[in-house]
Design a protein around this ligand. Structure first.
Ligand code: ACM
Ligand code: ZN
Length: 479
């Protein structure tokens, strides 16, 4: 094969930083030699394929692993390897993918498959959304009643139960979590557990109705949020975080923080008593008080907290805490009481992970003409929009160093099975992986991505992935 023909046949996703075709091919079984080279950046590698041998250099195990990922994608249809010189390293340290297992539960086998696909695209942070209104999915020794009460496959009350094959439980037992953690570690993926509070708290309230807000007559008024005036409720969450810190080795724990309606706190005498006792201005300040308490709790256990925009509302939270921006673009978005822009968080000294719903929410439709799947929302997030994702967008240049990276999000209200999850994720997650690995600075054109994706999507399909088709670009002649 001519070098130009070989170059055309190579379809790597994400595209490496530097790729040169040197001519000729090496047989599939060519011996690989590994070299340590401290000058290569973290997670980066140099890969040299020559007719008489393959050489991989890296400064760490992750780089060596990613060279292997690239090597597998390099194989030509006959199994031979094109001779190349590749130098590569990621633009962002946080290249994440989120999975909501509360709205619909996904068992260990599905999670492992999810991790395999992440690793095959050099994604390295698994954000495991373990709790929400519809189901508590983590068995914790301090409060076994929480998971025991979430033994439904399907968190949606308006849909029939579906058959499922993870024994008779619909949460992760401790040994299952350890199994997932080991599987992730072998693929250089860190697991970020999320325990939602103070909103999205309905699953806990189903088990502990006494943790809900009440009115002046003692009648229950809260259904989705913790009663911030209830010491036992807050202590329960601290017990859970204690268990989480023992079980999960990664240094970051997500504590939710989004979409907490603080109206109930206004009408709850216990919450009002807390506001008075702590000298707080209002209900917004009460949420900020919870954030500070939980951030400190995690800090004392050597962990950094991570949370959605609103948990940093009002400022004053330890700068050790990381913000996960989910609304709109980097600068704007949110109603007045939820307005904490990414730039505001970064300027206050917080590191950021960008998960903006505008680009990376994969539970939105992808713009396919005859899509058989239901989606949770109407707004289209087609492949080209995902490919336009840039975690640094709207962040002032002097604060770029605060952006750890970004991630895609898979909310599962309308995603009951692995097949549907894969259809919604792939190939859009390929676009996100490339945005995060390359960064806007060296990301190729969308046309170039589409050329490689044609080959790469077929690779996914051959691997049994239920990938959606690539949408056709808009017809320039159509009016
Ligand atoms: C979110 O989408 N509520 C984080
Ligand atoms: Zn209350």
């Amino acid at each position: 094969m001519e070098p130009t023909a070989i170059l055309a046949a190579i379809a790597l996703v994400p595209q490496p930083a530097e790729l040169a075709v040197t001519g000729g091919t090496a047989p599939a079984a060519t011996e690989v030699r590994y070299v340590e080279d401290a000058s290569i950046p973290a997670e980066g590698y140099r890969l040299s394929v020559a007719e008489d041998g393959i050489r991989i250099a890296s400064s760490d195990e992750a780089g060596r692993f990613y060279a292997g990922v690239t090597l597998r994608q390099l194989a030509l249809p006959d199994g031979s390897l094109p001779c190349v010189e590749i130098a590569d390293a990621p633009a962002f340290a946080w290249r994440g993918m989120h999975l909501d297992v509360s709205r619909h539960f996904f068992g260990v086998d599905d999670v492992k498959r999810f991790l395999d696909l992440m690793a095959a695209h050099k994604l390295n942070r698994f954000h495991w959304h373990l709790t929400d209104g519809q189901g508590w999915r983590l068995d914790v020794p301090s409060h076994p009643e929480l998971a025991a009460a979430s033994a439904r496959r399907n968190g949606r009350k308006d849909e029939a139960e579906e058959p499922f094959a993870q024994g008779d439980h619909f949460f992760y037992a401790e040994e299952e979590v350890r199994d997932v953690l080991a599987y992730a570690a072998a693929r250089h993926i860190e697991v970020v557990p999320e325990i939602e509070m103070p909103g999205h708290f309905g699953a806990v309230l189903g088990t502990h109705p006494e943790f809900a807000c009440v009115d002046a007559d003692g009648n229950r008024i809260g259904w989705n949020e913790i009663c911030a005036g209830n010491d036992a409720a807050l202590a329960c969450m601290e017990d859970v975080l204690d268990d989480v810190c023992r079980l999960f080795p990664f240094g970051v724990v997500h504590i939710g923080g989004d979409e907490c309606s603080r109206k109930k706190w206004r009408d709850c005498p216990r919450c009002q008593a807390r506001i008075k006792a702590e000298g707080l201005a209002d209900e917004d300040a009460l949420q900020n008080w919870i954030s500070r308490r939980m951030v400190r709790f995690l800090e004392a256990r050597g962990r950094r907290a991570l949370g959605w925009d609103e948990y940093l509302l009002g400022g004053g939270v330890s700068t050790n805490a990381i913000g996960m921006r989910w609304r709109g673009g980097g600068g704007a978005g949110g109603g007045p009481s939820n307005f904490v822009s990414a730039a505001t968080m970064a300027a206050a000294g917080h590191d950021l992970v960008m998960a903006n719903s505008r680009w990376v929410y994969l539970d939105y439709p992808q713009g396919l003409p005859d899509d058989p799947c239901r989606y949770t929302f109407d707004k289209q997030k087609p492949l080209d929009l995902c490919y336009a994702f840039d975690p640094l967008r709207d962040i002032p240049p002097e604060l770029h160093g605060r952006v750890l990276g970004g991630q895609g999000c898979n909310w599962t209200e309308t995603t009951p099975t692995r097949e549907i999850l894969e259809w919604k994720m792939w190939p859009r997650a390929c676009a996100l992986a490339e945005c995060l690995w390359c960064g806007a600075g060296r990301k190729p054109s969308y046309d170039d991505f589409l050329r490689r994706l044609e080959v790469h999507r077929a690779r996914l399909v051959a691997d049994g992935v239920n990938a959606a088709p690539v949408p056709l670009p808009p017809d320039p002649l159509a009016r």
